[in-house]
Design a protein around this ligand. Sequence first.
Ligand code: SF4
Length: 205
Amino acid sequence: MSRLRYASLDALLTEVRACRACAPHLPLGPRPIVRVGADARILIVGQAPGIRVHETGIPWNDASGDRLRQWLGVDAATFLDESQFAIIPMGFCYPGRGKSGDNPPRRECAPLWLDRLLAQLPSIELTLLVGQYAQRHFLGARRKPTLTETVRAWKDYAPGFVPLPHPSPRNQPWFKQHPWFEDEVLPMLRERVGRLLRHGPAQSG
Ligand code: SF4
């Protein structure tokens, strides 16, 4: 990876961290949570930071993240290694809460930043689309009518993408109702992630 590319990614991240484009709509103010390294081979695109992630500044630093790491078969240190995983939500800042949980990612965010960040990540081989917002953006008309059908049709999006449900504890009933996800999708996911990690097989944890 060239020094020039590292420098331009750093410059872009400095711009992202200074972003206030939708500040009036953010109850706790802007705090973009993005973690990327120019050499990462796996990209995780989620929704938007929850409040615990906002407070700590660490992506997926909550119960959803614990489940996601279990799905991937990696420990927290590997997950936060920027040379392995790029972690970008559809909205970078905590969007506040609505009647039925956290608000959706701010619409202003992806058009401003997503393509510019992706252009700085030439080594990505696998993109995990966590939840409906990421699937809508990256798969567009290739999505199935429901998230469940999209996840179940994972072979249609291989090898570049794996669509996933959100690992939130709120989705526990979904996990129970769809045992094929654990039986079929997760082994494939762990195997692919393990192969793309640079320092040997995926660790459990
Ligand atoms: S959510 Fe995105 S667009 Fe809005 S302030 Fe944060 S970084 Fe900027």
